[in-house]
Design a protein around this ligand. Structure first.
Ligand SMILES: C[S@@+](CC[C@H](N)C(=O)[O-])C[C@H]1O[C@@H](n2cnc3c(N)ncnc32)[C@H](O)[C@@H]1O
Length: 359
């Protein structure tokens, strides 16, 4: 049933395919490992198959899920980080809810008492006092919005504002040492937030499908689709692939720091990372084996990079255990910042990005 569209042509064409205008409305962020620059290639490969539904198991920034939504597929997105799941809830699952001026008035009410959690916990760490107070105000007013989708839109906008106002978009260091005076950094958090609300609102569209956003562990998520896209953290002995360490502030914001193990002694006031098998080579190998087995009845599409382990040959062998045909499409891709390899000199410019496809 799940066959290549060109009947007698077994080879996948590696050519990227131009995407519809809608994709430009996605308010992308500098998310570590984002495939924003590869979505034309991902669609180029995927479009050679007949399929109606897609499961994006490690959705991250949400850009790949959004691309599939724009191609009118039914999209099931998943990530174990709350802030990633929040983004896909707001812009992939959601087909028609937007933030109105009335909602904004509720969110910007300065008279609501706040718990000052951000102002006190993160004082002088990431943002100036006014910006921290603004974040606390939005947090306090969120409970007055009854619609869960609206909450996800507001939080997506707030996260986006925080990432934009933070040099390099990460929370691994404190202070303002990378502040180069760019406009993004000069705008107040409130100004950033208002721009972000508009961007997020504009990104909402209806593709006529019931799309879903899940916030769970990819290893146990009980969902299926015609095509399963996997883009887990790349394991490399040369650099860490720790998402919570980089994004703990916005992750905490979305989950209101509930259910996390705060590491109060740390300078960054981060919390304990979530366990994932992709932290070791053996763990990653076993995890891929489990995932390929679990989704063996679907078309498998995996993003992976040449400097990660397991290596290309092992990945092909693993996939061949479950799929008749496995192909590797190689895409040259230069990482733009702090990804795998950033600590290993000029290696970073030589990374090749692979797409493994099994069918
Ligand atoms: C390479 S990123 C995905 C990037 C995404 N494709 C994009 O284009 O933005 C890997 C993602 O896997 C998530 N992740 C890591 N371990 C996970 C697990 N066990 N279950 C679900 N998500 C996981 C991380 O939170 C991160 O968002």
């Amino acid at each position: 049933m799940l066959k290549l569209i060109q009947a007698d042509d077994k080879k996948i064409s590696p050519e990227p395919v131009q995407l519809p205008e809608q994709i430009n409305k996605f308010p992308s962020t500098r998310f570590m490992g984002s495939k924003e620059k590869l979505i034309e290639h991902i669609w180029g490969v995927a479009s050679q198959f007949n399929f109606d539904s897609v499961l994006d198991l490690f959705s991250g920034s949400g850009v790949v899920s959004y691309m599939f939504k724009a191609q009118n597929k039914q999209v099931l997105s998943n990530d174990y980080m709350a802030f990633s799941a929040d983004i896909t809830k707001a812009m992939v699952e959601n087909n028609n809810v937007t933030i109105s001026n009335k909602d904004l008035k509720i969110i910007l009410n300065e008279n609501t008492p706040t718990d000052n959690f951000v102002s006190e916990t993160f004082k002088e760490l990431y943002f100036y006092d006014d910006d921290n107070a603004f974040i606390d105000m939005v947090r306090a007013n969120l409970k007055y919005l009854e619609d869960e989708t609206k909450k996800s839109l507001i939080l997506s906008a707030l996260v986006r504002a925080c990432l934009k106002k933070r040099p390099r978009g990460i929370f691994t260091y404190t202070g303002h040492r990378y502040d180069d005076g760019r406009k993004d950094l000069r705008l107040s958090l409130k100004e950033q937030f208002l721009v972000a609300v508009e961007a997020v609102n504009k990104a909402v569209f209806d593709n006529g499908k019931n799309n879903f956003s899940f916030h769970g562990d990819a290893m146990t998520l009980d969902q299926q689709a015609d095509l399963v896209y996997m883009d887990p953290p790349y394991y490399s002995p040369l650099s860490d692939n720790e998402y919570v360490r980089r994004y703990h502030f916005v992750e905490g914001l979305v989950r209101n720091w509930e259910g996390v193990e705060m590491q109060w002694h740390t300078k960054t006031k981060k919390f304990k990372s979530y366990p994932t098998p992709f932290k070791t080579e053996k763990g990653a190998y076993e995890a891929f084996d489990n995932l390929f087995k679990r989704h063996q009845n679907s078309i498998l599409l995996v993003s992976y990079s040449s400097n990660s382990l397991p290596n290309k040959e092992d990945m092909v062998d693993l996939m061949k255990k479950y799929k008749n045909i496995v192909e590797v499409i190689s895409v040259n891709h230069k990482y733009s910042f702090g990804n795998q390899g950033h600590k290993v000199g000029n290696n970073k410019n030589k990374v090749e990005e692979y797409l493994f496809v099994g069918y």
